[in-house]
Write a new protein. Structure first.
Length: 186
């Protein structure tokens, strides 16, 4: 039987807790001799091929200018064992802290960008900024994934998802419906 829900008015500025189920990521960047890592929850897949991701980074964030100037970054997918690291990185500034050292993370050389991969993350997506039109008004980067590195197991990692108000969700049970889902151009 399908459910119905009793509803109430809700502050529009808080709706993100329902729309941000994507994994919280660690974005690594490099500009000249400096590296940084930021925690990010505001991203979206924009296209499959070429693989494009859109993401919002506030102009006040130390990584913003590094990514804008270098035109590249790495989106790293951490797992739930890094929850304290995810929170810690999000609560300090790269202008004051070497986050690789502070959080005991290993920077690995990427193949197609100068920004480092984070070895301890489940997946690393090397990205190049391909469109800057939305930066001045919205601080919205449009990235193309030019190289992807993904762990061989587990098949479904336990990723961390930010729900707002200092609340996180850890990915859980997977449900598969083979033969029932037919992707199509809608």
């Amino acid at each position: 039987m399908k459910k119905t829900y009793k509803k109430k008015d809700f502050p529009v500025e808080d709706i993100r807790k329902y729309l941000e189920p994507g994994p919280t990521v660690l974005v690594s960047s490099r500009w000249k001799d400096e590296t940084n890592i930021m925690t990010m929850g505001w991203h979206t897949v924009m296209e499959f091929s070429p693989s494009m991701i859109g993401c919002f980074i506030t102009g006040a964030n130390y990584s913003f200018e590094m990514i804008r100037k270098s035109k590249e970054c790495v989106i790293n997918i951490p797992t739930d064992d890094l929850i304290d690291t995810i929170i810690g990185i999000g609560n300090c500034s790269g202008a004051e802290v070497d986050k690789f050292r502070q959080f005991d993370l290993t920077a690995e050389k990427a193949e197609k960008v100068k920004a480092p991969l984070i070895k301890e993350c489940y997946a690393n997506f090397e990205c190049k900024v391909i469109d800057e039109h939305l930066l001045p008004k919205y601080n919205f980067f449009i990235l193309e994934v030019v190289k992807a590195h993904v762990a061989t197991s587990p098949k479904f990692p336990r990723t961390v998802h930010y729900r707002g108000e200092a609340t996180f969700m850890i990915s859980g049970k997977n449900v598969s419906y083979p033969g029932r889902f037919k992707p199509q151009n809608l």
